[in-house]
Design a protein around this ligand. Structure first.
Ligand code: ASP
Length: 586
């Protein structure tokens, strides 16, 4: 290589050595008689020093002409620094420069390429290759790399084999819209990009592969939020001859290994919670259990006391925020505004403070006697200084809203520390989900998920009550992975498609290949997939998965750096047999 050392490597031990470094000029300080340059590469920053009387004048002059982000090669001697910098690992030494070679000059970058930058999001996305030079951004990708490696080490260590599956396939029903690719050689026909390799990994089980994994791109054409990308990465896994218990144990081992290897954090045995309990006590199938604050239902305590809002409500349910009784009127108004926001949709908020003397003061004292309010305090196990917050209304909506309020209170009370990790399994998901719009059942996970055998008899009368052998891993309120034991029997699979409203012909046309495979000795099997980008952002302590993707897309699904998507030439369209309707507003 051009260099003898990297910019992050030299220490006091190297003093006296003649070295060659290469890198980018991060900044230059010119004090007249003295000149300093911070030289940066992937490994760190090394200070170059030039001094009148020691450094030849021609080199001083050459250095003065360097601009930010020039690529240079420097030859010099390692010396001990007079004033050391304990903030960087190379801070004990500097380089007395003997020669500078400019390998490539640079235009002035559009934003500061330093840990703290002045560049806004859009600008940094447009010049993502420059943003990636910044240490915090680079560190995110280094974390991603370490996680990928640890994943492969763990799975390889227990006999999983990595098999690639195709990207040009037929639609997989994971519940989102497909991205499609026209086929030139098959006019009028399209491939779909996989929403996941689901059917392929099941076919690999039929092929006898037994333990499969793949770190794989998946594509879903969904509306985007900060934690979603149209293309994202899964750690996709499947195993044969396993029960749900085997899968939970294998991947509990995986997550423990990841935390230990990558973060040095030991994780205790993962608690398990049924879907029904998660909804009942947290109003969410991905509860954040870093803190307690469980829901308490109040219906029997609050009805028929003349308070119409509670009397008319299907559900009255609340949480108890420890130590929050001191909340001011203004803070309580803020919380009321919070729950009334259209995204949350509650109509109001009732509160009750438990005073130091144990008495309870509520916003609905008009309707409830002190003894009534005491029964509330007892129900919540509330102590002096606690604040009880209550919502009322239609079941599902109220639980959802209270989940948001619980998380908000958790944040306000500092109970959601990013460095605390509370993983759990949520199990026993319903097999089906009723969709009001289409007036039919959808698979809650996907149509290949096996019902619990003991629930199969409900299939005709109460299909909505059938539980599935499906599970999610949740960490700090984020669903990091999910999977299921699969159907491996043609008849049950056909029955499932029927339940989901497929005609026999439709099921055959879309999934005949899988159902045929089941007739040739399909082993019992099941699996799971982890959202790798999310796992990275969780480990890295960020809310956005974009920070962990080298070249992410923005909220409109655009890559603003390469400017994609983009129109294609008429000749290309002709070749693909595509006739474009004129696009409006373009
Ligand atoms: N294919 C599923 C998903 O992407 C995961 C699984 O069932 O293994 O969510």
């Amino acid at each position: 290589m051009f260099r003898t050392h990297t910019c992050g490597e030299l220490r006091l031990d190297n003093v006296g050595e003649e070295v060659i470094l290469t890198g980018w000029v991060q900044r230059l300080r010119d004090k007249g008689g003295m000149l300093w340059v911070d030289l940066r590469d992937r490994y760190g920053i090394t200070q170059l020093t030039m001094e009148e009387g020691i450094t030849p004048a021609s080199i001083m002059e050459q250095a003065r002409a360097l601009g930010r982000e020039y690529v240079v090669k420097v030859i010099g001697k390692v010396v001990e620094r007079y004033s050391k910098n304990d903030k960087i690992p190379t801070g004990d030494i500097e380089i007395h420069v003997d020669k500078i070679v400019v390998l490539n000059p640079s235009k002035l970058p559009p934003f500061l390429i330093e840990d703290e930058t002045d560049g806004g999001d859009d600008l940094r996305m447009k010049y993502r290759y420059l943003d990636l030079r910044r240490t915090p951004v680079r560190r995110n990708l280094e974390l991603r790399h370490r996680m990928m490696r640890a994943t492969r080490d763990y799975l390889n260590g227990i006999d999983f084999i990595e098999v690639e599956t195709p990207y040009l396939i037929k639609s997989t029903p994971e519940g989102a819209r497909d991205f499609v690719v026209p086929s030139r050689m098959n006019p009028g026909e399209f491939y779909a990009l996989p929403q996941s390799p689901q059917t392929f990994k099941q076919l690999l089980m039929v092929s006898g592969f037994d333990k499969y994994f793949q770190i794989v791109k998946c594509f879903r054409d969904e509306d985007l939020r900060a934690d979603r990308q149209p293309e994202f990465t899964q750690i996709d896994c499947e195993m044969s001859f396993v029960s749900q218990e085997d899968i939970l144990n294998t991947f509990e081992g995986f997550i423990k290994y990841m935390f230990e290897k990558v973060k040095g954090v030991k994780i205790a045995k993962l608690p398990r919670m049924t879907y029904a309990d998660a909804m009942k006590f947290y109003g969410s199938d991905k509860p954040d259990i870093r803190f307690d604050m469980r829901f308490v239902e109040l219906n029997p305590l609050v009805k028929n006391k003349g308070f119409k809002v509670f009397d008319d409500a299907e559900l009255v349910v609340g949480i108890c925020a420890s130590g929050a009784a001191s909340y001011t009127r203004k803070q309580l108004d803020e919380l009321t505004d919070f729950v009334k926001r259209p995204q949350i949709g509650a109509t109001g908020l009732v509160y009750a403070r438990v005073n130091e003397d144990g008495s309870v003061k509520s916003s609905v004292d008009k309707f409830y006697a002190p003894e009534d309010l005491q029964t509330w305090a007892t129900a919540f196990n509330a102590k002096p200084g606690d604040l009880i917050l209550v919502l009322a209304g239609e079941q599902d909506k109220t639980r959802k809203a209270l989940n948001e309020l619980r998380l908000e209170m958790g944040t306000r009370l500092g109970l959601r520390d990013k460095n605390v990790f509370a993983p759990l399994w949520v199990v026993d998901f319903p097999l089906l989900e009723w969709d009001e719009d289409t007036k039919r059942y959808h698979a809650m996970h996907h149509p290949f998920t096996s019902p619990k055998l003991e629930d199969v008899e409900l299939i005709d009368d109460r299909p909505g009550d059938i539980r599935a052998n499906a599970y999610d891993m949740v960490i700090n309120g984020v669903e990091v992975g999910g999977g299921s034991i699969r159907i491996h029997d043609r008849r049950l699979q056909e029955q499932m498609f029927r339940l989901l409203g497929f005609t026999k012909a439709e099921a055959e046309a879309q999934f005949g290949f899988l159902m045929s495979a089941f007739e040739y000795g399909a082993p019992p099997h099941g699996g799971i997939a982890f959202g790798f980008d999310r796992l990275c952002s969780l480990f890295g302590g960020s809310d956005s998965i974009r920070d962990y993707i080298a070249f992410p897309k923005n909220n409109s699904g655009r890559d603003v750096m390469i400017d994609a998507p983009a129109p294609i030439a008429d000749a290309q369209l002709d070749e693909l047999h595509i006739y474009m309707k004129p696009v409006q507003n373009k």
